[in-house]
Design a protein around this ligand. Structure first.
Ligand SMILES: [Zn+2]
Ligand SMILES: [Zn+2]
Length: 354
């Protein structure tokens, strides 16, 4: 027995997303079935749908910023009840026995976490040979990989916290950012805008570092105390050696040296955007100030729950534009052009079975 589901899928890299029928597994004893209410559009959904990383299997159902309501549960489920509002991010399983899984950083699982889309089910028995994402009406997920959504948050605007939010929260949390720290958020897109909100809610002094002056007003509204225009060499020069911490969301390879030079002694720049070779770095910039360049990938399950609870306490959600399911292809094109403030979220009640 399986659950009949439907959503939107691409069949080939160059094809648009279209309605698609498929199956979800019936709940195992530890599973919950979630009726999906909203799903955010993440840039990696687009990269994968268009096979820009060269490893997509088709048909492909994107979506890993899922918010919904539990409609059924397995007999051993203890964390959740039917009717609970929950979220699912980028992971739906991991090996659970390696050092990473044991220490709550399942995103670094030594055998690779099971992605919400495009991954093989580690246990087996799932109707399809790989996972299908959240641009759909239902999903079946092990309760250990399901998050609780704070009741006071707008559900649609919460969805992107499941990927964009945790991507920014995890480095801030891991490196102990808070009051007294001067933090630069490089890039003011889907990731950067929520990074500014989170870092300022933690009490840090937040500087939005952006290429365009036009974003200055918006950045201040999001909580940035200052805005640094990175195209202006003079203003970058003035801020040399001023920052404790930088999160670099630039999605492509770029010259990192001007940013590294913003860091104080022992400062750290964390790369979360560019999943590709980065241009060469001048070692002297690291050596003479004991600076660090690091990377960070989403966050573990417990840390993601901590992030959601933090957002509930501080009333933080993403700035979004809600769309109907049939508008998804245009939303993909607009996301690629950077024409969105700051994240698209699909209202799944607009998804009609055909
Ligand atoms: Zn994502
Ligand atoms: Zn593991």
């Amino acid at each position: 027995m399986t659950i009949q589901a439907y959503g939107y899928a691409t069949q080939l890299p160059q094809n648009p997303l279209k309605p698609f029928h498929f199956e979800r597994r019936d709940p195992r004893p530890e599973d919950v079935v979630i009726d999906i209410l909203y799903c955010g559009i993440c840039h990696s959904d687009i990269h994968a749908a268009r096979n820009e990383w060269g490893r997509t299997t088709y048909p492909f159902v994107p979506g890993h910023e899922i918010v919904g309501r539990i409609s059924a549960k397995g007999i051993n489920v203890s964390k959740f009840e039917v009717g609970d509002l929950v979220g699912v991010g980028c992971m739906v399983d991991s090996c659970r026995v390696c050092d990473s899984c044991h220490s709550g950083v399942e995103q670094y699982c030594s055998s690779g976490f099971t992605g919400t889309w495009g991954s093989t089910d580690k246990i087996g028995g799932t109707p399809h040979s790989y996972t299908f994402g959240g641009y759909s009406n239902k999903i079946t997920v092990d309760e250990q990989y399901v998050l609780r959504i704070p009741k006071n948050l707008n559900l649609a605007a919460t969805a992107p916290l499941l990927c964009a939010g945790i991507t920014m929260y995890s480095p801030l949390n891991h490196w102990g950012m808070g009051p007294g720290k001067k933090i630069g958020i490089i890039g003011l897109g889907g990731l950067g805008h929520i990074g500014v909100k989170l870092a300022s809610a933690m009490g840090a002094h937040v500087v939005a570092i952006t290429t365009t002056l036009e974003k200055a007003v918006e950045a201040r509204k999001l909580g940035a105390q200052e805005v640094l225009v990175s195209k202006n060499a003079g203003s970058i020069q003035k801020e040399r050696e001023q920052f404790d911490f930088l999160i670099n969301t630039i999605p492509v390879g770029h010259d990192m040296d001007p940013y590294i030079d913003l860091l104080k002694n022992d400062g750290t720049m964390v790369v979360v955007g560019a999943v590709e070779p980065l241009t060469r770095v001048n070692g002297a910039l690291l050596i003479f100030r004991r600076r660090t360049i690091a990377g960070s990938l989403i966050g573990g399950i417990a840390e993601t729950q901590k992030m959601l609870d933090f957002c509930g306490e501080h009333h933080i959600t993403c700035d979004i534009e809600t769309i109907a399911m049939e508008e998804v292809n245009r939303a993909f094109d607009r996301t690629v052009k950077g024409d969105v403030r700051y994240r698209f979220v699909i209202n799944m009640s607009t998804l009609k079975s055909i």
